[in-house]
Ligand binder design. Structure first.
Ligand code: HEM
Length: 162
């Protein structure tokens, strides 16, 4: 396997496969609360880039639901991080933010969607990834839509599976 590019060394704690333990919790004022399971893959090929895929499934039916994939870059010599994201819902997005220790705080920097995307449309996303002292990874996602202000949609913790 390729040697890690030193540019992404500050994010090496993400690399590998992560699986939810307890199901994650989904909510939003306009929907019924739900539970989901999710697998995250972070990999690299020696470029100053991390490749990722997130695959979520309904906790009870195991039906595939939300999917995202993309790339992560870090501005060399800084703690500025960018996620370049495509979502199966028809959303594409750039999130930017800062790496502080082993916590990433990201916010939508640019967003576009397919012309026939389901409504209500997402207007803003903010998310946090945090490697906890117990070795678990935690992700929380908040979003604003056409008719709701920024509010939590997702919260989940993962353990490293490889
Ligand atoms: C609903 C966005 C991730 C499961 C929604 C809605 C939006 C949305 C806009 C509709 C809200 C409304 O009707 O007012 C997003 C975005 C995500 C994301 C931007 C990622 C950044 C996920 C994930 C799951 C999930 C990981 C896990 C399975 C659901 C479910 C609903 C929902 C079950 C309610 C039923 C439905 O409308 O399909 N999401 N979502 N979402 N989301 Fe997400």
């Amino acid at each position: 396997s390729a040697e890690l590019n030193p540019a992404i060394l500050p994010l090496d704690w993400l690399l590998g496969t992560w699986e939810s333990e307890e199901p994650g919790e989904g909510c939003f004022p306009t929907i019924n609360p739900f539970r989901y399971i999710e697998t995250l893959y972070f990999s690299h090929v020696g470029q100053p880039v991390i490749n990722f895929m997130f695959n979520a499934f309904h906790a009870e039916s195991k039906k595939p639901l939300h999917r995202e994939c993309g790339f992560i870059r870090i501005q060399p010599g800084t703690n500025r991080v960018a996620f370049i994201i495509a979502q199966n819902s028809g959303l594409v997005e750039i999130e930017e933010g800062e790496l502080t220790g082993q916590q990433l705080n990201l916010q939508t920097h640019a967003l576009a969607r397919i012309s026939f995307a389901k409504e209500p449309h997402v207007q803003q996303i903010s998310r946090v990834f945090q490697l906890r002292p117990d070795g678990r990874l935690e992700q929380t996602v908040s979003m604003a839509t056409d008719n709701q202000p920024l509010m939590q949609h997702l919260r989940i913790t993962y353990h490293r599976s490889s």
